[in-house]
Write a protein that binds this ligand. Structure first.
Ligand code: SAM
Length: 479
């Protein structure tokens, strides 16, 4: 088989991180980035793709690409419908079956990997009991279970041969030998999304039904809205028509090791990546909420020590449960305290990463003008020289944070290109805050801190979209 055509979805603003990750982990070539989607080809075989999928951290979802047509010129409902149907009909039966086989192969291997990982987390005795259970209960009827048992068996043999624990890659080589079977009748469901200009002409539901009828006749597949074998995603927008089959049942960003959802996991991972965590580092998230950043960082940089704190007991309960579920108890320590009173000695931390409150859910925006200078003062105290600090904040508070951290001189020497960094609006806002007669908005303490000169350097500032919120990841080094 030649190169495989895939695409992924990514949060707005994360596309560059995703591109690098795809090059590194999936050997991606001929990459094309559109808004929120990245199309690429890979020469890896299906087994290698399947095993690498679990290691993708910046991606939301991954699809095998059935069709990507970006030369549609939809100018009317009638013309548009005809073009879409023609493009759909032009996909050959072989192309559909190739994509379906890739999908089946990947999801089966994913299933093997998940089962094996679950088995591995048990005690030695338990683990093999589970493998046996698989064979007793399921093997007769479920081909996936046979595969799972075979992979677990392989793993057991490799372990008893006192080799290193096999990586997912080598497990999958075992699965690869098994030919992907195609079941008698393939059932499908179409999920259709129409946006941009085409949204004026078509309703997603109607288009989904029309394309579903075409697919049924063309492939003799059967529609099943409840429990289909395969889900076909169709997206029509200003950029054209995209048809894909997701390679994982759940989005990759919905990590199975979280019980409570906090910050989006790809954003947490990207923040940790920007923090340049080294083996032995002490990493602090002083407002850890559900612990997403700490857990994402600990999973990928396991040789560091992580400390989290929050002043909200409910949030700490969530982070405790998440840490337990993710089995990261040994690496992450939690404290119930206000970040401003953290019992940490000066220069004891290598990295600070934090998703700062924006004043939407936790407090009000005006309170952040008092809080941010104090937080920055604390980070400056506990960070070692050369330490990294990566902070997420809202568009509104970004410039205030930058002003708090860096004097103009430092900003000018940081090589940062953003001309509106300390724009008129921000300077005016800061002047206004400094002139406030009352201490309501900016208490004297915070006002004094604003006048301190910290020798921090801005490393980079990245725009990211969090739902409807425009936010920025600001990365600094204490020099
Ligand atoms: C934006 S949330 C962090 C969400 C977190 N990243 C997650 O994934 O769940 C901000 C957190 O800061 C905490 N917080 C606000 N002010 C604080 C303070 N002065 N000290 C400690 N925690 C604080 C809030 O309780 C909240 O959990």
């Amino acid at each position: 088989m030649g190169e495989m055509h895939l695409f992924v979805t990514a949060g707005r603003g994360t596309e560059d991180f995703v591109e690098l990750e795809l090059q590194e982990k999936l050997n991606a070539k001929r990459i094309k980035k559109t808004d929120g989607k990245i199309f690429f080809q890979t020469d890896l075989d299906t087994s290698d793709v399947a095993s690498s999928i679990n290691h993708l951290k910046c991606v939301e979802r991954i699809f095998v690409c059935v069709l990507h047509k970006n030369d549609l010129r939809i100018t009317s409902a009638w013309k548009g419908k005809q073009q879409l149907e023609t493009a759909f009909k032009n996909i050959s039966r072989t192309e559909w079956m190739d994509c379906y086989s890739t999908y089946r192969h990947c999801t089966r291997l994913q299933h093997c990997v998940t089962e094996c990982c679950a088995a591995e987390q048990q005690t030695e005795g338990h683990r093999y009991k589970i493998v046996n259970n698989v064979s007793e209960h399921q093997m007769a009827s479920d081909p996936d279970a046979k595969e799972t048992a075979a992979v677990c068996e392989m793993r057991h043999m490799e372990k008893t041969n006192s080799q290193q624990l096999t990586n997912v890659n080598s497990m999958n080589k075992g699965c690869k030998r098994r030919k992907v079977e195609v079941c008698d009748t393939i059932t499908f469901r179409i999920s259709c999304k129409v946006s941009g200009l085409p949204g004026r002409f078509f309703k997603a539901q109607n288009l989904g039904i029309s394309l579903g009828i075409l697919l049924k006749h063309h492939m003799q597949w059967k529609a099943d809205l409840r429990n289909p074998n395969v889900e076909v995603f169709v997206h029509v927008n200003n950029q054209g028509l995209m048809i894909g089959i997701p390679l994982t049942r759940k989005p990759l960003s919905e990590r199975e090791y979280f019980q409570h959802i906090g910050l989006r996991t790809p954003i947490a991972y990207i923040m940790a990546q920007l923090a340049c965590i080294q083996a032995g580092d002490v990493v602090l998230d002083p407002m850890c909420g559900a612990g997403t950043i700490l857990i994402e960082a600990a999973k990928s940089w396991p040789s560091a020590h992580y400390i989290g704190s929050d002043r909200d007991v409910q949030q700490l309960t969530k982070s405790t449960e998440n840490i337990q579920k993710s089995r990261e108890m040994a690496r992450i320590e939690l404290m119930y305290c206000d970040a401003l009173y953290l019992p940490l000695t000066d220069k004891s931390v290598d990295v600070v990463i934090s998703d700062l409150p924006f004043g939407h859910i936790h407090g009000q925006e005006k309170d952040m003008y008092a809080l941010y200078p104090k937080l920055v003062h604390l980070f400056n105290r506990v960070l070692k020289t050369g330490g990294h600090c990566v902070l997420l904040t809202s568009e509104k508070l970004r410039d205030f944070l930058l002003h708090t951290v860096c004097s103009d001189t430092v900003l000018n020497h940081s090589g940062h290109e953003d001309k509106d960094l300390l724009n008129m609006q921000t300077s005016a806002k800061i002047r206004e805050l400094q002139q406030q007669p009352t201490e309501d908005v900016l208490p004297k303490e915070s006002r004094d801190i604003l006048c301190l000169e910290l020798s921090w350097i801005v490393k980079c500032i990245h725009y990211v979209k969090l739902g409807d919120t425009h936010a920025f990841i600001c990365s600094f080094v204490k020099s």
